[in-house]
Each structure stands twice: as structure tokens, then as C-alpha cells.
Design a binder for this molecule. Structure first.
Ligand code: HEC
Length: 253
């Protein structure tokens, strides 16, 4: 018993210390409110569609999203013909043809989003040595997830007077080390939303973070719905079992 208590105490202590260490070296990432949070939450499709527009018009100049097929967008409400139109707007590398040559052709929904650079070296060369990471799983790759993406995109600011920012780098208050190779890219009204939503920097950061959350886990909504159904089923089953148990034991008393 004592051994168990000691084990539990030391585990709690270790967790506590780890937590404190993380808080000390990391920057506080404020939590935003997301309609997709919680077990009943679902992706805000209108926001995710606006987020896709931002990815397409702004982020995709530097960032790939090479794990996502274009047809993934069906999950945020794009119809089949819209998907075909979006896909056809991309030129994808294909081949080889009968002559053994690679060629370019318009995309189809089954293609993955094409990368802006032919390889990592070209991507680095165009970005002052920094590699723009692939965004397919970004919402899962950083502690804080979508809250981090939001904080990062809205976190560019003038450096404090005692901080010297290296050439080609930018100051970002949440990026580890604060110096980042990505420029402050979101501008007020930098995009024009078809649904009339005002494109403030915060709005754009929120929408693109919603979109990247969807891309990182396109079946999240379905998974949650299944979870709720399973729990309902188990509750009903538990009720039935209880009724059966009472019925069977009633003759034994
Ligand atoms: C001009 C090129 C460029 C554009 C446009 C751009 N980025 Fe970046 N981004 C970069 C580079 C370069 C890095 C890597 C920075 C580094 O490691 O210092 C980066 C890093 C990131 C990171 C990772 C930060 C981290 O914690 O490692 C995220 C998230 C990100 N970008 C999101 C976006 C989003 C979302 C957009 C569109 C709104 C966007 N970027 C537009 C160049 C760009």
C-alpha cells in the first residue's frame, strides 16, 4: 500500500515538474473558442472554406500540403463540380507518357495539392534558408494545435528594444526563440471573402486554423458522431441489462 502511494506521489510530482518546465520554456498560448471543440463540436464549414481560400491565395505560395487529396475538400461542403473546378485550377506533374516523358496536366480531385517548390532545397533557397513546413498535419504537429497556429499567425510584432533580429528573420512572440523565417503574411483585407465576412487578421488566422484542423483530421466529425452513438448504445444496453437482472433476481428473493 505504501509502495503504491509513493509511486503515485512521485508520478504526480514528476508530472508537476514536467508541466512547470514546459510552462517556463514555452510561451503561453491563449485558448480560442472553436466550434469544433468538445465531443459535440463540429467543424464550422463556412470558416473552413474561407480558410481554404486563404491557404490557396496566401499560404500555398510557400507551403505544401502534400498529404491531402484535393477531394478532401468535399468534407467542408464543396460539391463535385466545384471540386473539379478547384482541381483543374492546379497544374500537376504527371507521367511518364508512352514516350517515357513526364508532363504537366490539369489536376483532378484525386490529385494531392501540388507543392509550390520542386524540392526542399528550392524551398529553402526561396525563403532565406528556412524551410516552410508541410501544412497537412500542422494542426497536430505543434503543442496547442489550432490555438498555436492562431497565436503564431497573429504573433508577429515589433521586437522588444533589447532583441536583435537577424537579417531575413522576423520577430514572432510565440515562435520558439522568437526569430522566424516566415514574414508577417496576413494583412487586413488581404483576401476578399465571397460570403462578405470582414477579413481582419484575426478572422483570417481563425479561419485558416479551422481549415488546417480539418485537413489534419478530415474524419473528426464522423468519429465524434460515432463516439456519441456508441455511448448512447452502451447506455441503452446497460439499462436493458439492469432490467433483465432485476427480472431474473425477482424470483429468487
Ligand atoms: C513567403 C513564404 C511563406 C508564406 C506565404 C507563408 N509561410 Fe508559413 N512559413 C514560411 C517559412 C519559411 C517557415 C519556416 C520558418 C522557420 O522555421 O524559421 C514557415 C513556418 C510556418 C509555420 C510553422 C511555425 C512553427 O512553429 O514551426 C506555420 C504554422 C506556418 N508557417 C503557417 C503559415 C500559414 C497558415 C500561411 C498562410 C496564411 C503561411 N504560413 C504563409 C514561409 C511562408
Amino acid at each position: 500500500m505504501r509502495a503504491l502511494k509513493t509511486a503515485i506521489l512521485s508520478a504526480a510530482l514528476a508530472l508537476g515538474i514536467a508541466g512547470a518546465a514546459q510552462a517556463a520554456e514555452g510561451v503561453h498560448i491563449p485558448k480560442q473558442s472553436w466550434p469544433h471543440a468538445g465531443i459535440f463540436g463540429t467543424i464550422d464549414k463556412a470558416a473552413a472554406q474561407r480558410g481554404f481560400q486563404i491557404y490557396k491565395e496566401v499560404c500555398s505560395a510557400c507551403h505544401s500540403m502534400h498529404l491531402a487529396p484535393i477531394r478532401t475538400l468535399a468534407g467542408i461542403g464543396f460539391k463535385e463540380d466545384e471540386l473539379k473546378g478547384i482541381a483543374a485550377g492546379y497544374e500537376v506533374h504527371a507521367g511518364p507518357n508512352d514516350a517515357g516523358e513526364m508532363f504537366m496536366r490539369p489536376g483532378v480531385p484525386a490529385d494531392r495539392f501540388p507543392s509550390p517548390f520542386p524540392n526542399d532545397q528550392a524551398a529553402r533557397a526561396a525563403n532565406g534558408g528556412a524551410l516552410p513546413p508541410d501544412l497537412s498535419l500542422m494542426a497536430k504537429a505543434r503543442v496547442g494545435g489550432e490555438d498555436y497556429i492562431y497565436a503564431f499567425l497573429t504573433g508577429f510584432e515589433e521586437p522588444p528594444p533589447d532583441v536583435h533580429v537577424m537579417e531575413g528573420m522576423n520577430y514572432n512572440k510565440v515562435f520558439p526563440g522568437h526569430q522566424v523565417g516566415m514574414p508577417n503574411i496576413l494583412q487586413p483585407d488581404g483576401v476578399t471573402f465571397a460570403d462578405g465576412t470582414k477579413a481582419t487578421v484575426e478572422q483570417q488566422a481563425h479561419d485558416v486554423a479551422t481549415f488546417l484542423t480539418f485537413v489534419a483530421e478530415p474524419h473528426l466529425d464522423a468519429r465524434k458522431q460515432m463516439g456519441v452513438k456508441v455511448i448512447l448504445f452502451l447506455l441503452v444496453l446497460a439499462g436493458l441489462m439492469y432490467a433483465v437482472k432485476r427480472k431474473m433476481w425477482s424470483t429468487l428473493h
